[in-house]
Design a protein. Structure first.
Length: 189
């Protein structure tokens, strides 16, 4: 690779690293894994940097590399995973609502298959059009639409089931404490 190409790659990474790390964070829930994912994608892209004729498409190229890498990792770990009845509780230590919502969303996204998750991330977080998403993932626009529809339906189901579980727990706690649904003390007659 020519010196000018190396300098171009370094400049690209310097200016785009924050946005690329955000994309990686949306693809994998763990921040350390996201950094590893981005680093691996950058290493793979570095060797092919001079082959990218239109550098304005470098973000799309790198996102595709990150998605492919994440899929490779998922397939490698898939055999080690054991299905469970319940997902582990997501803990939020700082207590802010925004971080709690983000943690819930990342946790809920984990129920999606990798292909569905990629479509949701590119369409809704990266705000790509259907056609851009289809190009980035190498699928047709119709496949993107149907995959997105099924993924959003699955996310709705998951959120509704979590809301119902939380509501049932709250009612059980009130009954144990001797309160009705409005929080009033029940009179023992």
């Amino acid at each position: 690779m020519a010196q000018s190409e190396v300098l171009g790659f370094e400049e690209y990474v310097r200016t785009r690293q924050d946005a690329l790390l955000r994309s990686a964070r949306r693809l994998v829930p763990d921040p350390v894994d996201a950094q590893d994912l981005l680093q691996t994608a950058l290493a793979r892209t570095y060797g092919r940097w001079d082959g990218i004729a239109d550098k304005s498409l470098a973000d799309a190229y790198l996102r595709r590399v990150m998605i492919n890498t994440r899929t490779e990792w998922w397939r490698a770990r898939k055999l080690d995973e054991v299905p469970t009845e319940q997902l582990p509780d997501a803990r939020v230590e700082d207590g802010t609502e925004q971080r709690a919502d983000r943690a819930l969303l990342m946790d809920v996204l984990s129920v999606l298959a990798p292909k569905q998750r990629s479509v949701v991330v590119l369409r809704h977080w990266e705000q790509m059009s259907t056609e851009e998403t289809a190009t980035a993932l190498g699928m047709s626009a119709g496949t993107v639409k149907s995959t997105l529809h099924r993924a959003l339906a699955r996310l709705r189901e998951e959120l509704e089931s979590r809301d119902l579980d939380a509501w049932a727990l709250e009612r059980a706690d009130m009954r144990r404490e001797g309160r009705d649904e409005r929080g009033l003390e029940r009179c023992a007659a």
